[in-house]
Structure formats: C-alpha cells, structure tokens
Design a protein around this ligand. Structure first.
Ligand SMILES: [Zn+2]
Length: 416
C-alpha cells in the first residue's frame, strides 16, 4: 500500500523534509502526552527543542510549498497534512487519519481553495478563528491554503497575525508559485519554512500515470512530455479527447499566421476557445449551486411571507452570481494560460532545433513543423517568438486585458 507521499512525483528531497517534520511533530505530541501542553519548535534556532527531538528535523507552525504549476504544491501540502494526522505519525496511507485527510473529510483539516481571483479578508478571519480551536482528533489543526498568492492584502495581514502568534496546535500550509514578494508578502515569508518543489521530469510523470491511473505506457509517455511536467495536465491529456482537441487547435496556430487578418482571427479563436473551455468547466457547479440556493430559499413558494422571503433571496442570489462570475474569470485565465504554455512549448522546440540542442521536443506530434520553423526563422527568430508568448503570459498576469495581450502576441508571432 503506497503511503501519502506516493503521488509526489520526482520530489525526493521535499518528501524527505516532510517525513522528518512529520516524525518531529509526532514526537512533540508524545512529549505533550507525557507532560503538559507542548509548544511547537519555533522556526528560529534560538528556541529550545523538547528533549529527544532533533531541531534540525524541525516541525514548525507555518510552511510554504513553492514550485511551478503542476509540480504538486497542493498534493504535497495535503500529503503533509495527512502525515500530521496519521496515527502512526508517518503518513502510512492506511489509518483513519490518513484516509480522512486525503479524502477531504478530516474534521481538523481545513482546505481553502480560492474560487475567485483572490481570497478575501472575511474568509481568512473566519478561518483563522476556527483554526485556533483545540483539534478534535487530539493531534493538529491544519489549514491548507492553495494559491496563497491570491490572498488580498487584508487577508494576508489577518493570516500573518495568526502565524505570528500561532495557537500551540495549529499548522498553516501555504501553496504559492514562488516566494517572490509578488506572490507572498515578505513578512509572511519570514515566518514560514519553505519547501521548494521542482518541475518533475517527464519519465517520473509518465511512471505515475501508468502506476496510479492505469494509462498505457506509450500514451503516458506522450502526455507527460506534452504536459511539460504538469502532472494533472498530463493525466487530462491522456484521458480526455476534448483536452487533446483543444491542444491540437492551439498548436495549429503557428501554421495559420499568414497575415494581419489571420493573426487577429487566431487571437479571437484562442480567446473564444478559452472562454468555451472555462464555461464548460464551471457550468455544472454553477447550476448545482443555484438550484441548492433556490431550494434553501424556498423558491416558488406562494404562501404568506413568500414575497418578503423573495426580496431577501434576490440579494443572496446576486451574491452567488458575483462569486460565480469571479470563478468563471479565473477559469478563463487558467484555460488561456494552459494554451499559452502549449504554444511556448512549440517555439521552444523550434529554438532548441535551431540550436541543435540535444533535448527531446516538448510536442513530438508537431516536431516536424517546429523543425521547419527552425530552418525558416533561425534561433534568433524562434527566440523572439518564444519571448512574445512569454510576454503575453506576463501581461495577462499583470492584468492586461487578455484579448489585447493575445492580439499583440499573434502580431509579434506573425512578424517575428
Ligand atoms: Zn496513517
């Protein structure tokens, strides 16, 4: 039976750190059971550690998991949360603590997955408050914050207060792309221990697709390379024909850029495809949420007081629509970003071919096209095009309107 860290592909060093920390945390609990309420080992070296616990292997109250998209930040955070709740203190994968944490039902593990573009202060305050309570399972209160880079400034401050004076049994696990001040405030960063994750190699991703998801080895290999180290994306490509079709449409872009008009057409097509993909991904949950809220509000009631209830209901429905709109925007940006990453892979292939670099192409199925591009553009032209794609991603990240950024990119790709 694989333990909770089994799905952390190609991250031996991080797994090692987390295993040692989980063991240290279990030792803290044992020491506490023998004596009084234990205090965690603080991040600073000046603090004394309880006897028998190696401070270097230390456990601490706040962690940041960093790494490129798909490297497994949230997978690592969840696995560590499970190891903290594991009755054996190892993350065995079999005990109730491991099971319920991995299944998302452990009473002392709270998972924050932002649905909009940012996590608000209200949500964070409520969370911090609940996290301060005594763990019902007798181990730790764990708060996992995915996409901690999407905290609003006020929410970040609320979190910082909790991290500065943490309740003795509370652990915060933050996930962010990096520890750059744009992602995580310097003050929060200074209170956390960082677990860096790397982009897993394609062979490791393929291996996990075969072992865990039962995907045929040749498909797994292709998908792992095409997904450029993004485990979730690789699984989708291997399994979902729609995802493969969308990828093919994106990779057809370089061929279609024959003039200014074609460049604008390609921009429209890319934006609309991202919108359609996002719409499909949120449509179901939107409808379910709306139906649930309407039922809760007693929609369709005709009795006395129904009119008054409906007036209050309008406000709640509006609030729900606002939340759903924010989630749709985020889904659109994510879909567009995936398309841009695919496109960047194509120009990277053209560049490495022009340089005759001995590396495997990202997209084996468009390798011939990339080779033709390499010949036509030379390394310099391929690099300029790759930079145009990366600049488009950066611009969208910096809140430039996606259509404008994509149009500028397409023109740059066409002109070279
Ligand atoms: Zn366990």
């Amino acid at each position: 039976m694989p333990d909770v860290f089994a799905d952390l592909v190609g991250q031996d060093e991080a797994v090692d750190t987390l295993r040692r920390a989980a063991a240290a945390a279990a030792a803290v609990l044992r020491a506490g059971a023998a004596e009084r309420t234990p205090a965690l080992i603080a991040a600073g070296p000046a603090e004394a550690a309880p006897a028998g616990v190696d401070p270097a292997a230390g456990m601490t109250h706040a962690w940041i998991f960093t790494g490129p998209p798909g490297s497994g930040r949230s997978v690592a955070a969840r696995a560590f949360a499970a190891a903290l709740q594991c009755v054996h203190g190892t993350g065995c994968g079999e005990c109730p603590g491991c099971h319920t944490t991995m299944g998302g039902t452990h009473a002392d593990v709270r998972l924050v997955v932002p649905e909009g573009l940012s996590i608000g202060v209200g949500e964070m305050r409520a969370l911090v408050l609940r996290a301060a309570s005594t763990p019902s399972g007798g181990r730790w209160q764990v708060v996992v914050i995915e996409d901690a880079d999407r905290l609003t400034e006020a929410a970040g401050n609320a979190l910082l207060k909790a991290i500065e004076e943490p309740p003795p049994r509370t652990v915060f696990l933050l996930c962010a792309p990096s520890t750059h001040p744009d992602d995580i405030s310097v003050t929060i960063r200074s209170r956390c221990r960082v677990v860096p994750l790397r982009q897993p190699p394609a062979v490791a991703v393929a291996e996990v697709l075969v072992r865990r998801d039962g995907i045929a080895p040749d498909v797994a290999e292709w998908a792992a390379a095409a997904a450029q180290g993004h485990v979730g994306r690789a699984r989708r490509l291997a399994r979902d024909p729609e995802a493969r079709k969308r990828r093919e449409a994106v990779l057809a872009v370089p061929r279609r850029l024959t003039g200014v008009g074609a460049a604008f057409d390609a921009a429209s097509a890319l934006i609309e495809a991202a919108e359609a993909e996002a719409e499909a991904s949120v449509a179901e949950s939107d409808a379910t949420e709306r139906a649930a809220l309407e039922t809760a509000l007693g929609a369709g009631g005709t009795g006395r007081g129904a009119a008054g209830a409906l007036r209050g209901a309008a406000g709640q429905l509006k609030e729900l629509e606002k939340r759903q709109k924010s989630r749709a925007t985020r889904a659109q940006r994510d879909a567009l970003d995936r398309a841009l990453v695919d496109l960047a892979g194509f120009y990277r292939d053209a560049l490495t071919m022009a340089l005759r670099a001995p590396v495997a192409p990202v997209h084996t199925d468009t390798a011939a096209l990339a080779a033709a591009g390499a010949q036509k553009w030379d390394a310099e032209g391929a690099l300029r095009r790759l930079e145009a794609v990366l600049a488009c991603r950066a611009a969208i990240e910096a809140n430039v309107k996606p259509r404008i950024a994509v149009e500028a990119m397409m023109l740059a790709l066409w002109k070279g």
